[in-house]
Write a protein that binds this ligand. Structure first.
Ligand code: NZQ
Ligand code: ZN
Length: 383
């Protein structure tokens, strides 16, 4: 077991109509909010109006920045920072999925110091404060609602990665599973894969942490049992609630206790697909993760065998990989590039970007070289 610090200051409000607690929470934090959201789903599922009602009741003035795109852009962060500075906002409130919330976290760091988002992302700044962030989550997937990470992309530099800083934990996150009932089937499946991938990334990190392994298996089992049921009954509140909680616990620190790090190579490789083809995050993972496990089998064989035992009662590396791949298919996610229309002639372009950005994870035992990446991309095309 490795040494670790458990720190998570986010106050999580979970359940039906829990948004009713937002007004008081916001009132205690300031008087003027920058409200950040995406391309309009929040206007249709009621979360936007409920949030506005709470802010109005609490007497909070609101300035809006909308149009954040999935796979969010650093330009939007910078534009929202300008708007926030002009209007002297004292908190940032995101309504939506990971893209809106991640953008809000970075905006909140940039406003007090008038920084550019990319300088922060690249580690050229050393934050000591941020505006308070509140989040109303409408999509179960990323875990951003209870962690200190923001992932944004820069299309000019062709880079997408995560930045983590303790000042970026949301102060309050509001999770009403009923807001997620409107998430379309494809994004529901992507979210399920994403939460499973977060647990897997941790599982393949360094450090012998038996309790972490058990948490990991439980969260994946929750997704494997209730994920396919949810795909059949997308408006079922209880199923939405189970998946929402699984997604939060998959990346709020719990699974990492006692580990030195996670792996995170598959996330790094998947981000290159998002950069090149605007692939949804979860879809990038359902394609990359099986390919990565197949290629890495000689190096991570004993962990795969343990995973096979924990998840399927069969200590076989191949069984673990096949079991996870077929689970990704059951939640209607693509497992090969051709399923999302990426033909073999894109192979070199993908590889060139992965090599340029030297895609790798945090576990040095699993580091990739250019040849490894070539083999992994081949597996993403395999019949
Ligand atoms: O833009 P709108 O109109 O809001 O539509 C969104 C978007 O099209 C829609 N949506 C969200 N809630 C909905 C809904 N549609 C109907 N009903 C609802 N209730 O879903 C689409 C995807 O939204 P997005 O926020 O992009 O999805 P997600 O939550 O999966 O976030 C993905 C982003 O998070 C990053 C990913 O890389 C990606 O950029 N990640 C963030 C992490 C973190 N901060 O810890 C970790 C993850 O590994 C991940 O990298
Ligand atoms: Zn992810």
């Amino acid at each position: 077991m490795e040494n670790f610090i458990a720190y998570n200051p986010t106050e999580l409000h979970f359940g039906k109509d829990i948004i009713k607690e937002l007004g008081n929470a916001a009132h205690a934090l300031g008087k003027k909010a920058l409200l950040v959201y995406g391309k309009g789903s929040v206007l249709r599922n009621g979360s936007y109006q409920d949030t506005r009602d709470q802010l109005d009741k609490a007497g909070i003035n609101v300035v809006e920045y909308s149009g954040i795109k999935p796979n969010p852009l650093v330009e939007d962060v910078d534009n929202a920072v300008t708007l926030g500075l002009e209007n002297k906002v004292d908190m940032v409130l995101a309504v939506g999925g990971g893209s809106a919330i991640d953008s809000a976290k970075l905006i909140a760091v940039c406003i007090p110091e008038q920084w550019s988002g990319w300088d922060v992302m690249k580690g050229r700044r050393d934050p000591v404060r941020a505006l308070p962030v509140l989040a109303v989550l409408t999509l179960a997937a990323t875990g951003t609602e209870m962690n200190s990470v923001a992932v944004v992309q820069n299309n000019q530099r062709m880079e997408k990665f995560g930045y983590r800083h303790p000042v970026m934990f949301p102060k309050h996150s509001f999770l009403d599973p009923s807001y997620t009932c409107s998430v379309p089937l494809d994004h529901t499946g992507f979210g399920i894969v994403d939460l499973v991938a977060h647990v897997l990334e941790t599982y393949f990190g360094q450090g012998d942490a038996s309790l972490s392994d058990r948490f990991a298996a439980s969260i994946i089992q929750e997704a494997m049992e209730f994920g396919p049921q949810l795909m059949e009954k997308p408006e079922d509140y209880t199923l939405r609630a189970r998946i929402m909680l699984a997604a939060t616990t998959a990346l709020n620190g719990l699974v990492s206790y006692g580990r030195l790090n996670g792996d995170w190579t598959s996330h790094a490789l998947g981000h290159q697909l998002s950069l090149l083809f605007d692939t949804a995050h979860g879809a990038s993972l359902s394609i990359v993760f099986p390919a990565w496990m197949k290629h890495m089998k000689p190096r991570i064989g004993s962990r795969l065998e343990k995973l096979g035992e924990d998840l399927f009662g069969n200590p076989s590396a191949d069984h673990a990989i096949e079991g996870l791949e077929s689970f990704f298919k059951r939640v209607l996610c693509p497992v090969r590039l051709k399923e999302i229309g990426i033909a073999p002639d894109q192979n070199e372009k993908i590889l060139a970007l992965m090599n340029k950005n030297k895609c790798n994870g945090k576990n040095p035992d699993n580091h990739l070289n250019d040849l490894d990446r070539e083999k992994i991309v081949e597996l993403m095309y395999a019949e």
